[in-house]
Design a protein around this ligand. Structure first.
Ligand SMILES: [Zn+2]
Ligand SMILES: [Zn+2]
Length: 323
């Protein structure tokens, strides 16, 4: 399912299989999650999308062929995340901040992704996945889980943690936070009672609309919704010294707000991409807790339908394409 023109539906096409190059594996895709970032790619909200491109960066696949330098048994299950390549040489890579690499390439954005029956991947960026997860339930871990985990790392010392936008990433982060003894305060679209009930069922202490104040001031909050207006709203819920983490790759403009909201040593930071170390830590934790991912599966050919349902907020759980 390939994107040929920005803003148009994906096109179902049949392509010749490419042989894996040095360091690559050819995977038979067993499942691929649908992420909000795929919408940002399709809608042209991310710059310089090389067309045509196959979206999808939450790939669970099994090895069917190895390129030169790789020796993995056929059938080995691997997960392919958003981070598809880093240069290893720039100042960021050398500081172990490969998530900020100047020459990084991203799966399903600059590299063909997993909305397909087969995918090529650089094996150095793939993860082995815990046995506790079947293929479809493992797929959302590869971005919602990983980016959620990296966002949570900057809020893990909070006792009271707010989460804005209760979708795929939030439902995983809420479980991590609960497992570490944190109190979760879930903020949804105003009036979205179903999402609030879902948050409460995952152990949230409080759930309400993003226009409502929580019962107590929070130590930290994470925003997953792509809505810049939530930044000043979330700052208002933080205690002095609190941290606000923006976990999305794209957000509408942040409106101006009075300095008093930031004063008192509150801080705002964004989270970009992931490192392989995040992945190692996260998958170990995910298998131990163990996390439960709520999913809704679609046949691969229904990728456009899955994207549309994500866009309009109609999904119950993370959408996963199954070839
Ligand atoms: Zn680099
Ligand atoms: Zn993603």
């Amino acid at each position: 399912m390939r994107l040929r023109r920005i803003g148009e539906p994906l096109v179902r096409e049949r392509c010749a299989l490419r042989a894996p190059g040095p360091g690559q594996v050819l995977l038979k895709v067993r499942a691929c999650g649908v992420c909000r970032t795929d919408l940002h790619v399709v809608d042209g909200e991310l710059p310089n999308v090389p067309l045509p491109i196959v979206p999808g960066h939450e790939i669970v696949g099994e090895v069917v062929a190895c390129g030169p330098g790789v020796s993995l048994a056929a059938g080995t299950r691997l997960g392919v995340p958003w981070l598809g390549f880093t240069c290893g040489e720039c100042a960021f890579c050398r500081r172990n901040e490969e998530n900020l690499c100047d020459r990084a390439l991203y799966t399903g954005y600059q590299l063909d992704g997993g909305y397909a029956e087969h995918a090529l991947a650089d094996v150095r960026y793939c993860f082995e996945l815990p046995d506790a997860f079947d293929d479809a339930h493992a797929a959302p871990l590869l971005c919602a889980g990983l980016i959620g985990y990296r966002s949570w790392r900057f809020a893990k010392d909070a006792r009271r943690l707010g989460i804005y936008g209760f979708g795929a990433a939030a439902h995983i982060v809420a479980q991590i936070a609960r497992s570490q003894g944190q109190e979760v305060y879930a903020f949804t679209r105003p009036g979205d009672v179903a999402a609030q009930q879902f948050a409460l069922s995952l152990g949230a202490r409080w759930a309400g609309g993003s226009d409502q104040p929580p019962p107590e001031l929070l130590d930290a909050a994470i925003i997953f919704a792509p809505v810049g207006a939530l930044v000043p709203a979330a700052l208002e819920t933080l205690r002095k010294g609190g941290t606000l983490v923006c976990g999305g790759i794209h957000m509408s403009d942040v409106p101006t707000f009075p300095y008093a909201l930031l004063w008192g040593e509150r801080s705002i930071r964004s989270v970009a991409n992931l490192t392989r170390r995040d992945g190692t830590e996260f998958f170990e934790l995910a298998g131990k807790i163990p996390l439960h991912t709520a999913i809704q599966t679609f046949p691969l050919a229904d990728a456009n339908l899955a994207l549309e349902q994500l866009r309009t907020g109609k999904l119950n759980g993370a959408a996963v394409l199954v070839p």
